[in-house]
Design a protein around this ligand. Sequence first.
Ligand code: ZN
Length: 252
Amino acid sequence: MLHSSYLSAAPGLDDLLEIVVNRRLKKSWRVKVNFRTGERVLTIPEVLANPPEEVRESLIRWAMLPMTRKARRNAAFASNKKTLEETIRAYMESCGVCQERKSRFNPAAFENQARGVNYDLQMIFDTLNRTYFHGEMKSYIRWGHGASKTSYQTTRVDKGGNQFNLITISGVYDSPQVPEYAVFAIVYHEMLHIAIPPYMVNVRRVVHGKEFKAAEKKFPFYNQWITWERENMSRLIMNARRRIKRKSARKV
Ligand SMILES: [Zn+2]
């Protein structure tokens, strides 16, 4: 079951990659290759069993990285591998706490995590909700940690067994260097994922389908946001990492 839903993000890999959840693993994952057949087995902890699309793709790409020594000496290989691992780890960290204390899970705890240093996500969510979703969308929203670069949307279950939506926005966006329209745009993008859930076409899971893209362009700053991201995002991520490194160095 897990195997097939996981690989729907990567058609054509079904014969090559098998994914196994190992409940004894906490925060690590590994891949084993049968060099004779080329088949690979990716073993993951439970926390990665049902991740958002970007994380799922990162895991699959990580598992399919080349294995020859020559390829692995390549600098591009190393940076690619590191980027994939960082995306996976950031996601695990962001759900680490609630994962361990599932039984006492209370969604109200997220209410305090919406207010950042520079931007209040709840205010932005409410404004977008009124403007584009008739005020009918229900979701919690929070900031990811300071250097997290992935934003995503998940569903969780509270202790009463009720499902609810949770949007997590990349912590890098909570900066005075990020224009307000960019924060609105990323929140709107994640809200659209709730309004227009992924669907299947044959064996492929469509996440950013035609209607998603059309809806996304209704946001007046869409083009500006894409251009801004392309020109600024990698620098902002680097700065955020440096800040965090400096902070932890000071603690020692
Ligand atoms: Zn998306």
